[in-house]
Write a protein that binds this ligand. Structure first.
Ligand code: DQA
Length: 143
């Protein structure tokens, strides 16, 4: 059993109704609950969402010594937050950056990630499935 934190940043609480042509019509909460059920014998998930930068940083700090991996969709903070990037570097827990949409196919300002260089890798454009793909990585890495 591994422990994985799934951390979502600003506006991701609105997935399911927010710009459905980009992000789809399924609520992120419901999707993550279905993953928790599907993987209950293999992993425990600790899900956190906040629209507040400092709360995301505090949660990242709280993961120290507790989590085997972190799945982080920092939303728009990906493209702006040196503080979140510093937190990811500081806690020394393998972190995967996830984006629901393909950020490389969108506006130029989404093509920069302050967080990417602190992460083991990034998944972008696979829709909500990107979270499951990230879980698959941590499960494979454990074996
Ligand atoms: C996002 C992409 C970001 O550019 C955007 O600000 C988001 C969502 C995604 O999951 O595709 O809020 O992180």
């Amino acid at each position: 059993m591994i422990s994985i934190a799934i951390i979502n940043g600003p506006n991701l609480n609105l997935i399911g109704t927010r710009e459905p042509a980009i992000y789809g019509k399924v609520s992120l909460d419901n999707y993550l609950q279905s993953l928790a059920e599907k993987y209950k014998d293999k992993a425990s998930f600790h899900c956190f969402q906040s629209n507040v930068e400092g709360e995301l940083i505090n949660f990242l700090h709280d993961c120290r010594g507790k989590m085997d991996g972190i799945i982080l969709n920092a939303g728009a903070y990906t493209h702006t937050s040196i503080a979140i990037a510093d937190a990811v570097a500081a806690i020394e827990i393998p972190t995967l950056e996830v984006h629901i949409s393909n950020v490389m196919a969108r506006e130029d300002y989404r093509k920069t990630s302050f967080i990417a260089s602190k992460c083991v890798g990034a998944i972008s454009g696979l829709g909500l499935y990107g979270y499951e793909a990230a879980i698959g990585y941590f499960l494979a890495k454990k074996n």
